[in-house]
Write a protein that binds this ligand. Structure first.
Ligand code: PDD
Length: 289
């Protein structure tokens, strides 16, 4: 497998990351996951803009990562993934330097790693058609969930609780509000309106979330960005998660409550169809290039 590491393409086995790397020592870094549909990158610029946003807030000393789009394309070709569905994972850390909490002086160059892999839908993705089971869990994350940092311990622990309970995703609750999943945004339908948490420091501004808003405009589905209180969720007619790897996945069970007789609802199904047709167009455009 050919990966990208600090300005070079190389065999994955040849990558040598310093034990002083602040990504390893402090999880002092950012990541992105971009989908590639038959060689065509989906919304790469938006993902890389989010990486820049994170880099500004983490004061990484470098904010322009636009070259990673071309690098992603090169990784797809070098790994023979042009006709497949794939994900490209990027990680940028503050670099390697003697361990100290404050930024090292002088600032090291950020460590940049990128890898393209054949897409594995994961447990939630595999259940996309049938709908998934979620649990709710207290949000123990920090107050900058808008930054896609690699410090994912609370997300990992929460997702593990989900798995141990036979669920595919855990939805974080803070102050009674259902915010988002461990690796997805959360949406629910109330009175035919698709509702999701407003952008804030408590959720990640999902690229898929924004894409879903565009699909809703086309499909005449009304959208409202407002807090969803857990105490009101029994009034929802549908729930779903959205994200790069989960696309639109309906929720059919929350904790011990089976929802909608365990069947995905019409809004989720309409959005899945709209999503799939848009991806088909992207794949065809790319194939005819
Ligand atoms: N996760 N919220 C969280 C906490 C996430 O980690 C993600 C994505 C999302 C959805 O964002 P987007 O639509 O831009 O993928 C929301 C990625 C896929 C991951 O951790 O693998």
């Amino acid at each position: 497998m050919i990966v990208y590491f600090n300005e070079q393409f190389m065999d994955k086995e040849k990558v040598c990351i310093s034990p002083d790397d602040r990504g390893f020592l402090f999880a002092d870094g950012l990541y992105e996951v971009i989908r590639s549909y038959k060689g065509s990158l989906f919304r790469a610029k938006e993902h890389l803009n989010r990486l820049s946003y994170g880099a500004v807030h983490l004061k990484l000393g470098r904010t322009d990562f636009s070259e990673l789009e071309e690098i992603a394309g090169e990784l797809i070709v070098r790994n023979g993934l042009e006709s497949k569905d794939a994900t490209i994972y990027f990680q940028v850390t503050r670099g390697a330097a003697k361990r100290s909490h404050a930024f090292p002086h002088p600032l090291p160059s950020p460590t940049i790693y990128a890898v393209a892999s054949i897409f594995d839908p994961g447990p939630a993705g595999k259940k996309r058609e049938k709908g998934i089971h979620i649990i709710t869990i207290a949000d123990t994350r920090w107050a900058r969930c808008d930054l896609k940092t690699t410090a994912l311990t609370p997300n990992i622990l929460a997702n593990q609780v989900a798995v141990e309970n036979g669920a595919q995703e855990a939805i974080f609750i803070r102050d009674g509000v259902m915010l988002e999943g461990t690796h997805s945004n959360f949406m629910a339908v109330f009175d035919n309106v698709l509702v999701t948490a407003p952008l804030s420091n408590y959720i990640l501004g999902g690229i898929t979330r924004k894409f879903i808003f565009e699909l809703c405009a086309r499909e005449n589905i009304s959208v409202e960005e407002r807090p969803i209180f857990e105490k009101d969720i029994h009034m929802a007619t549908e729930m779903m998660i959205v994200g790069t790897t989960t696309e639109v996945t309906s929720i059919v069970r929350m904790n011990d409550i089976i929802f909608r007789d365990g069947r995905p609802g019409p809004v989720a199904r309409a959005l899945q169809e709209a999503y799939t047709s848009e991806i088909k167009i992207i794949k065809n455009l790319h194939a005819n290039k």
